[in-house]
Design a protein around this ligand. Structure first.
Ligand SMILES: [Zn+2]
Length: 64
């Protein structure tokens, strides 16, 4: 389950572009519908067969 790294929202995120590959990861750029923060979601299986998933912050939401 993907979780927003800014506000912990869980649910449906908006995909800002088509997913791409980074090493064994599939990367999605997602926008949080609640706080408008943007982050990259990495998901893949390593060469040792281990599931790996994490997010990297891209753009901190601007508070209105
Ligand atoms: Zn959020």
């Amino acid at each position: 389950m993907v979780r927003c790294p800014y506000c912990n929202f869980e649910g449906n995120f908006k995909e800002l572009r088509n997913p791409w590959k980074f090493r064994f990861y599939t990367v999605k750029r997602l926008e949080c519908p609640r706080c408008n923060g943007i982050f990259n979601h990495y998901y893949g299986v390593s060469s040792r067969g281990k599931n790996s998933e994490f997010v990297i912050r891209v753009k901190v939401p601007i508070k209105k």
